[in-house]
Design a protein around this ligand. Sequence first.
Ligand SMILES: [Zn+2]
Length: 369
Amino acid sequence: MTQTISVSCKLQVPPELRQEIDVTLKAFAEACNQILEVAKRENVRNTTKLHHLTYREVRATTGLKANHACQAIRRVVGNLKATKQVHQFKPSSISLDARVFTYREADQHVGITLLNQRVWLPLSIGNYQLALLRGKNPTSATLVKRRNGDYYIQIAVDLPTDPTGKTPKVVGVDLGRRDLAHTSTGKSWNGEQIQKVRNHFAKVRASLQSKGTKGAKRLLKRLSGKERRFQKWLNHSISRQLVNEAKSINAAIAFEDLTGIRQRAKVKGSEQRRQHHNWAFYQLRMFTNYKAAIAGIPVILIRPEYTSKTCHHCLHIGKRNAKSFSCENCGWHGDADFNAANVISLLGLSVMQPEQSVLSCALQGSKLG
Ligand SMILES: [Zn+2]
């Protein structure tokens, strides 16, 4: 099995080529809007039918290459299928397939066919993107112009998701109770410092909202960007440490399935905050997936039922009381997050090595035997 991820790379565009890219983006948006109009008027959602209805005219009026026009039809159909309300297309991106896009690994360039010429542009990328693109032969990409005027190419890359090899160890990661993340190896990312930053943002936001002026609204928007960047930075940092930890002991990584987090997050706080947390965990898992894929480390998802109530020492149901966990059966007591992370690790291990399941109760076994 593979998963397709999009590797975003900044393009170094010489000033004389900017206009050529811009007219291509404009022509593509025009083509999409023409096609959208026909699709709505004729009530057509089928690629082939829409092709017959629009292809010739789109090429004649926009001057786009054959593959650009085909991609425009695909884009419109895709958008119509994804959402009922499709707005006008803006000249900010163009979809590219293998005929109009090439990635050249040797010197990190991409070849792109534009409206009037084919150009080779150097990528401006870091180790992270280099690793994801290594040895790949991508066949589709999207050229994007950002609001600040920078150009990016988002290259679609297939990564294997199957465990690459069976490893005897699994680092269990428990998300989102007292700590942001807690591992079965005893590492944790305390929520306190992070909460301080979040509270600061919340305070400023509240005071701005009460003002309600235009200037305050603008500031709010900028603030949400800052908060998002902080979250992103944090998740990059934690995921990097998680993958490094797993790599150093040649282990896989196990997470709980997201649904479990959603159910559990009934903790104090508004719906908004809950959603924010879910999104943050989702991002952390995504970042970990990427980095683990580069490092060749399998990531396992396990069902979340009972992970917080089960004793990792004897697998009986124990008592969880906020921060601490105690087991009447075997007498183990300690940090509740540490216990949960270790249960996740055990469950992950049973997925990695189903032939030697560790999920049998040692105490019961000895009684029976
Ligand atoms: Zn126990």
